[in-house]
Design a protein around this ligand. Sequence first.
Ligand code: NAP
Length: 247
Amino acid sequence: MSELMHTAVVTGGSRGIGRVIAESLAGAGLQVYLTYVSRPEEAGQTVDAIVAEGGRARAFALNVADSEAVAAFFRDEIKDKVHLAALVNNAGITKDGFLIRMKDEDYNAVLDVNLKGAFNCLREAAKIMSRQRAGRIVNITSVVGQMGNPGQVNYSAAKAGLIGLTKSAAKELAARNITVNAVAPGFIETDMTRALSDEVRADYISAIPLARFGEPKDVADLVTFLVSSKAGYITGQVIGVNGGLYC
Ligand code: NAP
Protein backbone atom coordinates (compact mmCIF):
# COMPACT_ATOMS: atom_id res chain seq x y z
CA MET A 1 0.00 0.00 0.00
CA SER A 2 1.25 3.45 -0.91
CA GLU A 3 2.28 6.01 1.73
CA LEU A 4 0.70 8.72 -0.38
CA MET A 5 -2.68 10.06 0.68
CA HIS A 6 -5.55 8.02 -0.74
CA THR A 7 -7.48 10.45 -2.89
CA ALA A 8 -10.66 10.45 -4.95
CA VAL A 9 -11.18 12.81 -7.88
CA VAL A 10 -14.84 13.77 -8.35
CA THR A 11 -15.51 15.80 -11.48
CA GLY A 12 -18.36 18.28 -11.16
CA GLY A 13 -18.12 17.87 -7.40
CA SER A 14 -19.13 21.42 -6.57
CA ARG A 15 -22.89 20.92 -6.43
CA GLY A 16 -25.73 18.49 -7.07
CA ILE A 17 -24.99 14.78 -7.10
CA GLY A 18 -21.22 15.36 -7.33
CA ARG A 19 -21.21 17.40 -4.14
CA VAL A 20 -22.91 14.65 -2.16
CA ILE A 21 -20.58 12.03 -3.68
CA ALA A 22 -17.60 14.18 -2.62
CA GLU A 23 -18.98 14.51 0.92
CA SER A 24 -19.72 10.79 1.14
CA LEU A 25 -16.25 9.74 -0.07
CA ALA A 26 -14.63 12.19 2.34
CA GLY A 27 -16.77 10.68 5.10
CA ALA A 28 -15.40 7.28 4.09
CA GLY A 29 -11.88 8.56 4.76
CA LEU A 30 -10.64 9.59 1.32
CA GLN A 31 -9.11 12.95 0.54
CA VAL A 32 -11.33 14.42 -2.19
CA TYR A 33 -10.24 16.56 -5.11
CA LEU A 34 -13.39 17.99 -6.63
CA THR A 35 -13.52 19.85 -9.89
CA TYR A 36 -15.88 22.52 -11.17
CA VAL A 37 -16.02 24.71 -14.24
CA SER A 38 -17.91 27.91 -13.54
CA ARG A 39 -18.96 28.30 -9.92
CA PRO A 40 -15.97 28.69 -7.57
CA GLU A 41 -18.18 29.84 -4.68
CA GLU A 42 -20.17 26.60 -4.62
CA ALA A 43 -16.98 24.55 -4.96
CA GLY A 44 -15.53 26.46 -2.01
CA GLN A 45 -18.67 25.84 0.05
CA THR A 46 -18.44 22.12 -0.65
CA VAL A 47 -14.79 22.03 0.43
CA ASP A 48 -15.67 23.99 3.60
CA ALA A 49 -18.52 21.59 4.41
CA ILE A 50 -16.18 18.58 4.06
CA VAL A 51 -13.47 20.19 6.18
CA ALA A 52 -16.06 21.16 8.84
CA GLU A 53 -16.90 17.45 9.15
CA GLY A 54 -13.23 16.58 9.65
CA GLY A 55 -12.54 15.54 6.05
CA ARG A 56 -9.92 16.65 3.53
CA ALA A 57 -10.83 18.28 0.23
CA ARG A 58 -9.55 20.69 -2.40
CA ALA A 59 -11.35 22.28 -5.34
CA PHE A 60 -9.89 22.72 -8.82
CA ALA A 61 -11.24 24.65 -11.79
CA LEU A 62 -11.08 22.13 -14.62
CA ASN A 63 -13.12 21.91 -17.79
CA VAL A 64 -13.20 18.16 -18.38
CA ALA A 65 -13.82 18.71 -22.10
CA ASP A 66 -10.34 20.27 -22.41
CA SER A 67 -8.04 17.27 -22.82
CA GLU A 68 -4.85 19.30 -22.36
CA ALA A 69 -6.12 20.83 -19.13
CA VAL A 70 -7.16 17.39 -17.88
CA ALA A 71 -3.73 15.94 -18.69
CA ALA A 72 -2.04 18.86 -16.91
CA PHE A 73 -4.26 18.39 -13.83
CA PHE A 74 -3.41 14.69 -13.49
CA ARG A 75 0.28 15.36 -14.16
CA ASP A 76 0.65 18.32 -11.79
CA GLU A 77 -1.75 17.48 -8.96
CA ILE A 78 -2.10 13.69 -8.91
CA LYS A 79 0.88 11.82 -10.37
CA ASP A 80 3.47 10.99 -7.66
CA LYS A 81 1.68 13.34 -5.24
CA VAL A 82 -1.26 11.22 -4.07
CA HIS A 83 -2.49 7.64 -4.35
CA LEU A 84 -5.37 7.88 -6.85
CA ALA A 85 -7.86 5.58 -5.14
CA ALA A 86 -10.85 6.60 -7.22
CA LEU A 87 -12.08 8.66 -10.13
CA VAL A 88 -15.76 9.54 -10.32
CA ASN A 89 -16.70 10.94 -13.73
CA ASN A 90 -19.75 12.93 -12.67
CA ALA A 91 -19.48 16.25 -14.57
CA GLY A 92 -22.39 16.62 -16.94
CA ILE A 93 -24.59 19.11 -18.75
CA THR A 94 -27.82 19.06 -20.74
CA LYS A 95 -28.79 21.17 -23.74
CA ASP A 96 -32.20 19.78 -24.60
CA GLY A 97 -34.07 20.25 -27.85
CA PHE A 98 -35.97 18.24 -30.39
CA LEU A 99 -33.90 16.36 -32.95
CA ILE A 100 -34.92 18.29 -36.05
CA ARG A 101 -34.13 21.64 -34.43
CA MET A 102 -30.99 20.65 -32.55
CA LYS A 103 -27.99 22.85 -33.32
CA ASP A 104 -24.55 21.36 -33.91
CA GLU A 105 -23.18 23.40 -31.03
CA ASP A 106 -25.69 21.93 -28.55
CA TYR A 107 -25.04 18.39 -29.75
CA ASN A 108 -21.27 18.84 -29.61
CA ALA A 109 -21.23 20.57 -26.22
CA VAL A 110 -23.14 17.74 -24.55
CA LEU A 111 -20.96 15.05 -26.15
CA ASP A 112 -17.80 17.00 -25.30
CA VAL A 113 -18.56 17.28 -21.58
CA ASN A 114 -20.49 14.10 -20.80
CA LEU A 115 -18.58 11.62 -22.97
CA LYS A 116 -15.27 13.07 -24.13
CA GLY A 117 -14.80 14.67 -20.72
CA ALA A 118 -15.16 11.29 -19.02
CA PHE A 119 -12.78 9.75 -21.56
CA ASN A 120 -10.21 12.51 -20.97
CA CYS A 121 -10.18 11.87 -17.22
CA LEU A 122 -10.39 8.09 -17.55
CA ARG A 123 -7.36 7.99 -19.85
CA GLU A 124 -5.18 9.98 -17.46
CA ALA A 125 -6.43 8.15 -14.36
CA ALA A 126 -5.87 4.77 -16.02
CA LYS A 127 -2.18 5.55 -16.60
CA ILE A 128 -1.68 6.38 -12.93
CA MET A 129 -3.84 3.56 -11.56
CA SER A 130 -2.11 1.05 -13.85
CA ARG A 131 1.20 1.89 -12.22
CA GLN A 132 -0.45 1.62 -8.79
CA ARG A 133 -2.04 -1.68 -9.82
CA ALA A 134 -5.20 -0.56 -8.05
CA GLY A 135 -8.05 1.85 -8.58
CA ARG A 136 -11.77 2.38 -8.80
CA ILE A 137 -13.51 4.27 -11.59
CA VAL A 138 -17.21 5.13 -11.52
CA ASN A 139 -18.89 6.82 -14.47
CA ILE A 140 -22.19 8.59 -13.83
CA THR A 141 -24.37 7.79 -16.80
CA SER A 142 -28.18 8.13 -16.82
CA VAL A 143 -31.35 6.12 -17.23
CA VAL A 144 -31.77 8.26 -20.35
CA GLY A 145 -28.74 6.51 -21.87
CA GLN A 146 -30.54 3.20 -21.36
CA MET A 147 -34.10 4.02 -22.40
CA GLY A 148 -33.92 7.28 -24.41
CA ASN A 149 -35.93 10.43 -23.84
CA PRO A 150 -37.57 12.82 -26.31
CA GLY A 151 -35.69 16.12 -26.49
CA GLN A 152 -32.41 14.56 -25.38
CA VAL A 153 -30.82 12.82 -28.37
CA ASN A 154 -27.51 14.50 -27.54
CA TYR A 155 -27.60 13.65 -23.83
CA SER A 156 -28.82 10.08 -24.31
CA ALA A 157 -26.18 9.47 -27.00
CA ALA A 158 -23.48 10.71 -24.64
CA LYS A 159 -24.77 8.67 -21.70
CA ALA A 160 -25.19 5.52 -23.82
CA GLY A 161 -21.64 6.07 -25.08
CA LEU A 162 -20.45 6.25 -21.51
CA ILE A 163 -21.86 2.76 -20.92
CA GLY A 164 -19.80 1.37 -23.82
CA LEU A 165 -16.75 3.24 -22.57
CA THR A 166 -17.26 1.72 -19.12
CA LYS A 167 -17.54 -1.86 -20.38
CA SER A 168 -14.50 -1.67 -22.66
CA ALA A 169 -12.36 0.08 -20.06
CA ALA A 170 -13.39 -2.51 -17.45
CA LYS A 171 -12.10 -5.28 -19.73
CA GLU A 172 -8.86 -3.44 -20.51
CA LEU A 173 -8.04 -2.47 -16.95
CA ALA A 174 -9.10 -5.55 -14.99
CA ALA A 175 -5.62 -7.06 -15.29
CA ARG A 176 -4.29 -4.04 -13.39
CA ASN A 177 -6.79 -4.51 -10.55
CA ILE A 178 -8.81 -1.47 -11.64
CA THR A 179 -12.60 -1.70 -11.60
CA VAL A 180 -14.75 0.44 -13.89
CA ASN A 181 -18.49 0.68 -13.34
CA ALA A 182 -21.34 2.92 -14.41
CA VAL A 183 -24.06 4.24 -12.15
CA ALA A 184 -27.26 5.21 -13.96
CA PRO A 185 -29.45 7.56 -11.95
CA GLY A 186 -33.07 8.13 -12.82
CA PHE A 187 -34.52 11.53 -11.99
CA ILE A 188 -32.71 13.05 -9.03
CA GLU A 189 -33.44 16.35 -7.23
CA THR A 190 -30.69 18.76 -8.40
CA ASP A 191 -30.33 22.02 -10.36
CA MET A 192 -30.52 19.89 -13.53
CA THR A 193 -34.04 18.63 -12.77
CA ARG A 194 -35.25 21.77 -10.95
CA ALA A 195 -35.35 23.37 -14.41
CA LEU A 196 -38.24 21.04 -15.41
CA SER A 197 -41.77 22.46 -15.58
CA ASP A 198 -44.35 21.16 -13.08
CA GLU A 199 -46.15 19.43 -15.91
CA VAL A 200 -43.08 17.56 -17.17
CA ARG A 201 -42.12 16.68 -13.62
CA ALA A 202 -45.56 15.20 -12.88
CA ASP A 203 -45.37 13.27 -16.12
CA TYR A 204 -42.03 11.72 -15.14
CA ILE A 205 -43.23 10.89 -11.62
CA SER A 206 -46.24 9.05 -13.03
CA ALA A 207 -43.80 6.69 -14.82
CA ILE A 208 -41.63 5.98 -11.74
CA PRO A 209 -42.81 2.95 -9.72
CA LEU A 210 -41.55 4.53 -6.47
CA ALA A 211 -43.52 7.66 -7.49
CA ARG A 212 -40.90 10.27 -6.59
CA PHE A 213 -37.57 11.70 -7.71
CA GLY A 214 -34.48 10.37 -5.94
CA GLU A 215 -32.05 12.33 -3.78
CA PRO A 216 -28.33 12.84 -4.53
CA LYS A 217 -27.56 10.68 -1.48
CA ASP A 218 -29.24 7.70 -3.17
CA VAL A 219 -26.57 7.92 -5.90
CA ALA A 220 -23.71 8.82 -3.56
CA ASP A 221 -24.31 5.78 -1.33
CA LEU A 222 -23.92 3.42 -4.30
CA VAL A 223 -20.83 5.23 -5.60
CA THR A 224 -19.25 5.04 -2.14
CA PHE A 225 -19.92 1.30 -2.03
CA LEU A 226 -18.41 0.78 -5.51
CA VAL A 227 -15.29 2.68 -4.43
CA SER A 228 -14.97 0.66 -1.21
CA SER A 229 -13.01 -2.53 -0.63
CA LYS A 230 -16.33 -4.41 -0.51
CA ALA A 231 -16.84 -3.96 -4.27
CA GLY A 232 -13.60 -5.51 -5.52
CA TYR A 233 -15.33 -8.20 -7.63
CA ILE A 234 -17.75 -5.80 -9.37
CA THR A 235 -16.60 -4.40 -12.70
CA GLY A 236 -18.08 -3.53 -16.08
CA GLN A 237 -21.57 -3.13 -14.57
CA VAL A 238 -24.29 -0.56 -15.11
CA ILE A 239 -26.27 -0.15 -11.91
CA GLY A 240 -29.49 1.85 -11.88
CA VAL A 241 -30.64 4.16 -9.09
CA ASN A 242 -33.96 5.04 -10.61
CA GLY A 243 -36.93 4.13 -8.41
CA GLY A 244 -37.79 1.32 -10.80
CA LEU A 245 -38.16 3.57 -13.84
CA TYR A 246 -36.08 1.23 -16.01
CA CYS A 247 -35.80 -2.39 -15.01
P1 NAP B 1 -25.69 19.71 -11.76
O1 NAP B 1 -26.38 19.94 -10.46
O2 NAP B 1 -26.08 20.54 -12.94
O3 NAP B 1 -24.10 19.85 -11.51
C1 NAP B 1 -23.24 19.64 -12.60
C2 NAP B 1 -21.81 19.63 -12.09
O4 NAP B 1 -20.96 19.40 -13.24
C3 NAP B 1 -21.38 20.95 -11.50
O5 NAP B 1 -20.45 20.71 -10.48
C4 NAP B 1 -20.68 21.64 -12.66
O6 NAP B 1 -19.71 22.62 -12.29
C5 NAP B 1 -20.02 20.46 -13.32
N1 NAP B 1 -19.66 20.68 -14.72
C6 NAP B 1 -20.48 21.05 -15.74
N2 NAP B 1 -19.77 21.17 -16.88
C7 NAP B 1 -18.48 20.85 -16.57
C8 NAP B 1 -17.27 20.80 -17.30
N3 NAP B 1 -17.22 21.10 -18.61
N4 NAP B 1 -16.13 20.45 -16.65
C9 NAP B 1 -16.17 20.16 -15.33
N5 NAP B 1 -17.27 20.20 -14.58
C10 NAP B 1 -18.42 20.55 -15.19
O7 NAP B 1 -25.84 18.21 -12.23
P2 NAP B 1 -26.35 16.92 -11.44
O8 NAP B 1 -27.81 16.83 -11.61
O9 NAP B 1 -25.74 16.87 -10.09
O10 NAP B 1 -25.72 15.77 -12.38
C11 NAP B 1 -24.49 15.14 -12.07
C12 NAP B 1 -24.29 13.99 -13.03
O11 NAP B 1 -25.38 13.07 -12.89
C13 NAP B 1 -24.28 14.41 -14.50
O12 NAP B 1 -23.36 13.62 -15.23
C14 NAP B 1 -25.70 14.12 -14.95
O13 NAP B 1 -25.76 13.92 -16.34
C15 NAP B 1 -25.98 12.87 -14.16
N6 NAP B 1 -27.39 12.58 -13.96
C16 NAP B 1 -28.21 13.47 -13.32
C17 NAP B 1 -29.54 13.16 -13.15
C18 NAP B 1 -30.50 14.07 -12.44
O14 NAP B 1 -31.71 13.78 -12.45
N7 NAP B 1 -30.06 15.15 -11.82
C19 NAP B 1 -30.05 11.94 -13.65
C20 NAP B 1 -29.19 11.08 -14.31
C21 NAP B 1 -27.86 11.40 -14.46
P3 NAP B 1 -20.12 24.18 -11.98
O15 NAP B 1 -20.82 24.16 -10.65
O16 NAP B 1 -18.85 24.91 -11.94
O17 NAP B 1 -21.03 24.59 -13.09
